[in-house]
Design a protein around this ligand. Sequence first.
Ligand code: MN
Ligand code: MN
Length: 509
Amino acid sequence: MAVKKTPAAGKTPAAKPAAAEKTVRTRRAAPAAKDAKDAKEAVKELKEKLFKDYPNLWDKASTDDVESAYAFAEEYRRFIDLGKTEREVVIASIETVESLGFVDIETAGKVLKPGAKVYKSIRGKGFVCAVVGKKPASAGMNLLGAHIDSPRIDLKPVPVYEEADMVFFKTHYYGGIKKYQWVSLPLSLHGVVVRGDGSKVSVCVGEKDEDPVFTITDLLPHLGAEQMARKANETVKGEELNLLVGSLPYGDKDTSSRFKLGLLKLLNDQYGITEQDLVSAELEIVPAFRSRDLGFDRSFVGAYGQDDRVCSFPALVAVTDQEKPDKTCVAILSDKEEIGSEGNTGAKSRLYVNFLSDLYARTSGGYDEIGFQKCLENSKMLSADVSVGYDPTFGSVSDPKNSAYLGRGIVLEKYTGHRGKSDASDANAEFYAEVIRALESAGIPWQTGELGKVDFGGGGTIAKYMADYGIEVLDCGVAVLSMHGPFEVTSKIDVYYTYLAYKRFIEAV
Ligand code: MN
Ligand code: MN
């Protein structure tokens, strides 16, 4: 105890100098505090000037902005519920633009004046529309390019088989899916079948409340020990994605394949099709549920196939909003992005650039090769595709300093690709900075990010195929959670500001 008291007593002699010090401090207090405050303010200002921060838009947005975002999400949800496949999006897009005065470019005049609105269906699976601008086409066009195909499950050419008194479709998945996510779900079937006589029938089963649905069965956990020990990419194997479609036999017990016959008879009665017609058919299996508001506060949209309809829709609206833009503006909604933009409906297809050259010819008093090449060279494009949103549950795959976050606006990405930027279209600094200036000057917030940590994986978009033509291209779009899953998540405020950003690009770049 005594030992403790000694230092306390020892403090007493020091009391006087302390008091003197206090006096000095008091005298200088006011200017010191002011200096400190000024210095603090200067540091704050310097930080504001030099640092770039990416605020949450729910904080930043006005009540009107939030209302607009929720209203835009309603429109967006209606659109994506109408179009779950590339073909359905094309149909919905044609209906939308025709109601706004767009005409098929094939039926439009040979000379298109500023304000003319045209569109083209790319074999029913891709779509392009444009509003002619006041400047000559040689000044270049402003393009917004998104894709309208989504990961899904297709049918094999010989799909129908029966086993254990049930009928199934053999399938082949399309795009990058985690196969285990697609079992034990209500699924719908969409697409077209061309009959032997050349006539075409559309199929869409599983979307209306009164429709039946389909499913891919999964193993019960009681007997799942062997399955659960498999690696996740084999938990459900490709050949196990068999769609359950029926169980009513036709004929008596002696009839062979009577369950398959029952199913094919039903399809024939209903659609006039045979097993042979299924060989060439394009039937796509997608989740049967519709988009939903997500969260107590309804701040998210949950839906299948938001990659990339969440960029397609804002791109389409941004272009159809235009009456007489400065430069001709074009929305390109392409197919087959999820498998590499292949085929004549994918972004690599000549058909998209054919539309641009047709548009060039009709707005430039005829076609000339050098003039059109010049037009491409002067054209600018936003490759409108989704990016990964930072998911705190799986944060270890992302660099938090270089990630996009839900609620922080459109994601601008200089490059995509994988490993050492392989397969990336790396946007030119000059063009990228021009887009940033356009957004900043209109007060449109944006963020940036990469598709995960370096060497953790990666991905691509249509950017590089359009860049091949000499067009300036920048990747940008909405951040998504659960990308490529049956139920993807986006933030309503991001969707709305992405639309504003696309519109700004058309009008200001
Ligand atoms: Mn995509
Ligand atoms: Mn994708």
